[in-house]
Structures are given as structure tokens and as C-alpha cells.
Design a protein around this ligand. Structure first.
Ligand code: ZN
Length: 127
């Protein structure tokens, strides 16, 4: 069963949907049955137009989507939270931007994703 469902607004189901491969796992599974990813590390998983984003305690992970926004390209970027500098949530515009290794990274986000990600990243970064 492969589902990349749109009903993740509440975030309650993220621990069953594997952020890495998109397989829906039974709730009690701690590791993805398909790719063995540790599912207990995921704090937030959001699906946006151009990418999916996963947040763990230590990392922001981007899964880039193709031009048509229908599939992932296979490009995955890992950003260590403690190495992200000048994190900015721009509003209006609803964009997350930050410096990483001297390069400015910018992520335009849907409204609901923007709010969720902002709250969670602020919690983690301000610890
Ligand atoms: Zn998986």
C-alpha cells in the first residue's frame, strides 16, 4: 500500500507515513518496513509544492520534487539545525530562509506548512 495522502494537516499520522519512501506503516512500527528508516526521529513531516520537508531534533531534510510536482527527484538535502544561521520566517511571502555553509537557502511554503514549520523550528532552535 503506497499512500502520499493529503490528510496530514494535523500531523497525527506522520509517524506512520515514512518521510523517506512514502510508505504508510502501522502505527506501532518504529522502523519503516520498506526502507528501515527510524520513524521515531520524525518531529514533523510536511508535503509542499516543490519539496517535502522532514524535521527531526537535529536536522531539516528536504526531499526535492520534480517540475510537475508529482514525484520526488531523488535529491535529498540534509541541514543540521545547529549549523543553520540567520533563520528567517518571512511573512508576507511565507518563506523559510537560512544560511548554510555560506549559501542562502530559501523555501517557499504553503500557509499551513509555514505555520507548523515555524512553530517547531523555533522550539528546537531556541533550546
Ligand atoms: Zn520508508
Amino acid at each position: 500500500m503506497i499512500t502520499m495522502s493529503d490528510d496530514t494537516e494535523g500531523g497525527e499520522d506522520f509517524d506512520r507515513l515514512c518521510p523517506a519512501c512514502g510508505i504508510a506503516n502501522p502505527k506501532e512500527f518504529q522502523q519503516c518496513m520498506m526502507c528501515d528508516k527510524d520513524l521515531t526521529q520524525t518531529i514533523l513531516f510536511i508535503e509542499d509544492d516543490f519539496f517535502d520537508l522532514e524535521l527531526t531534533k537535529t536536522e531539516l531534510i528536504e526531499y526535492r520534487k520534480n517540475y510537475y510536482r508529482t514525484r520526488r527527484t531523488g535529491k535529498v538535502q540534509h541541514f543540521q539545525l545547529d549549523e543553520m544561521e540567520d533563520i528567517d520566517f518571512e511573512s508576507p511571502g511565507k518563506r523559510l530562509s537560512f544560511n548554510y555553509n555560506g549559501k542562502r537557502e530559501v523555501y517557499p511554503l504553503k500557509d499551513e506548512n509555514y505555520m507548523q514549520l515555524k512553530l517547531k523550528i523555533m522550539e528546537l532552535v531556541n533550546k
